[in-house]
Design a protein around this ligand. Structure first.
Ligand SMILES: C[S@@+](CC[C@H](N)C(=O)[O-])C[C@H]1O[C@@H](n2cnc3c(N)ncnc32)[C@H](O)[C@@H]1O
Length: 488
């Protein structure tokens, strides 16, 4: 589908028509960041200035805010859109907004009048948005290879598969409705890449409003991110969205106004959602998916009982790298330890899977076995042994990831098939994640060696394991080889 565009110079006229007020600021091109908002004159605020009634740089009426509630409103005013929404939507606010944006884009790209779909301020506003969004779901195949070995490799593939399924559903359900089939799929059909672009626009431009929640806000979404932002947004007593300078800022004429997109997102999350990484404001963390042991006969039951996607979380806080992996506890206990699965038939006829450990029903606590198991067995050495097993599972997963990162070809700036920005972002992500993985593995080795030493000193443990002799020889081997990594 062709995406019609409008020059950014026409935005002030659109703003006037729709009651959006810019005060001493304007939207313009910025170096390397697409559009941005700059000051039209010097701006200085005192430490007391910034309140919702203080100097306002931008005001956007509430009825332009686009979110789940607004979509319900549009559906009330347009019976054809309601029919489409009832057939395809109501799965999530995000998917409903995407459907609305799809219709608006299709309306804007038609040269003749369409028999369905009502134009509104968004039909035109969408045409000001940038054609290229640098989020990895829109990177070319060659560029996505740059993410091999990073935590985004699997995440981006999974997102593209999910978008494909979502797009298939939209196409199938909407083409059953004659009038929508004509607008969306006949003369200028929508393609999968259009859906990926709408998702990218939504993800990179929606923000969390204090009262209205996750929303797209026209013009406010022209403001770029900085680790030292000069402005912030609010909703005032009239439910308008307002942009205010931070207290005590000095912004010279021509300088850019920035906001914060958040300081708790990892480098991978920033790249995934916004297409860039700001090392000054990213959290030092990463998340990796974890598979159950291939030879575990209880693997499927454990996944169902856990009820979430198993993950390893690694984060550096106050200079120390820590890890967390709730599923590894479930991976490391088995039938011989007392783990059992049962199906409980309810009076209503439903059959619910239940998890028992040593006779105790732990169905609702499968994601907190780290705390639960020591409370169930206080004197037994099992909790410590379990901790050691879990640490080994996590170590192996991090090692597998680091091996994949190191064995994938390093991004090179002079590859003609890869855009410079993608190469730069991939290099930065690889650097950040390599450092984190290396530090986490070092910390795990130390942790495990300490645990193993204290365990092996405990007579209880040795008796429990029944491994007195092999344990001794293991220790001897370790001293001889001095291989600190070999703690498994
Ligand atoms: C909400 S929009 C901001 C307006 C956008 N620059 C435009 O051209 O429409 C978010 C997008 O702006 C760009 N961006 C924002 N802050 C940035 C920064 N500090 N560095 C690089 N790109 C940035 C990214 O492309 C991001 O996906």
């Amino acid at each position: 589908m062709p995406w019609p565009t409008l020059p950014i110079e026409d935005l002030p006229a659109w703003a006037r028509l729709n009651d959006v007020q810019f005060v001493d600021v304007k939207v313009t091109n910025t170096a390397g960041k697409g559009y941005g908002v700059v000051c039209d004159k010097d701006l200085n605020t005192t430490p007391d200035d910034a309140t919702p009634d203080g100097p306002i740089l931008l005001t956007i009426p509430h009825d332009l805010v686009l979110n789940g509630a607004a979509i319900d409103g549009y559906a009330k005013e347009d019976k054809h859109f309601k029919q489409l929404l009832d057939a395809v939507g109501h799965r999530s606010a995000r998917a409903d907004v995407l459907l609305f944006l799809l219709v608006q884009t299709a309306l804007a790209s038609r040269s003749s009048h369409s028999s369905v779909g009502v134009s509104n301020p968004w039909t035109e506003y969408l045409q000001f948005l940038p054609a290229a969004v640098l989020v990895p779901t829109l990177w070319h195949d060659d560029e996505r290879l740059l993410l091999r070995g990073t935590s985004l490799e699997v995440a981006v593939d999974a997102k593209i598969s999910a978008l494909d399924a979502e797009f298939g559903l939209v196409r199938d359900k909407s083409s059953d409705i004659l009038c929508w089939n004509e607008l969306l799929w006949e003369s200028q059909p929508i393609h999968f890449v259009d859906w990926i672009r709408l998702d990218a626009l939504y993800r990179s431009r929606c923000l969390e409003l204090p009262r209205s929640g996750e929303s797209m806000v026209p013009c406010l979404d022209m403001i770029n991110h900085s680790a030292s932002p000069s402005a912030y947004y609010e909703e005032n007593s009239k439910d308008e969205v307002v942009l205010l300078p931070r207290p005590g800022v000095s912004i010279p004429q021509g300088a850019e106004i920035t906001i914060s997109y958040g300081d708790t997102k990892s480098a991978a999350e920033m790249l995934f959602s916004y297409g860039f990484i700001d090392p000054q404001s990213t959290a030092d963390s990463l998340v990796l998916p974890l598979r159950p042991f291939a030879d575990d006969p209880l693997a499927k039951a454990k996944l169902v009982a856990f009820g979430q996607v198993p993950k390893v979380h690694v984060a550096r806080q106050n200079g120390t790298v820590r890890w967390r992996c709730e599923f590894a506890y479930l991976m490391c206990i088995n039938q011989e330890d007392g783990l059992n699965f049962h199906i409980l038939e309810q009076i209503s006829g439903t059959r619910d899977p239940c998890v028992f450990w040593q006779g105790e029903d732990i169905t609702d606590r499968t994601s907190d076995l780290e705390t639960l198991i020591p409370t169930l067995i206080q004197t037994h050495p099992f909790p410590d042994i379990l901790k050691l097993r879990v640490a080994t599972v996590v170590y192996d997963r991090l090692e597998e990831q680091l091996d994949r990162l190191r064995s994938s070809p390093a991004p090179s700036a002079d590859s003609p098939s890869q855009r410079e920005e993608c190469v730069k972002s991939a290099l930065l992500l690889r650097h950040i994640e390599t450092n984190l993985l290396e530090e986490a593995m070092e910390a795990l080795v130390e942790e495990c060696l300490m645990q193993r030493t204290s365990l092996m000193e405990s007579k209880n443990v040795v008796a429990y394991l029944g491994l007195m002799e092999p344990a001794k020889s293991d220790l001897v081997d370790e001293e001889a080889s001095n291989e600190t990594e070999d703690f498994s």
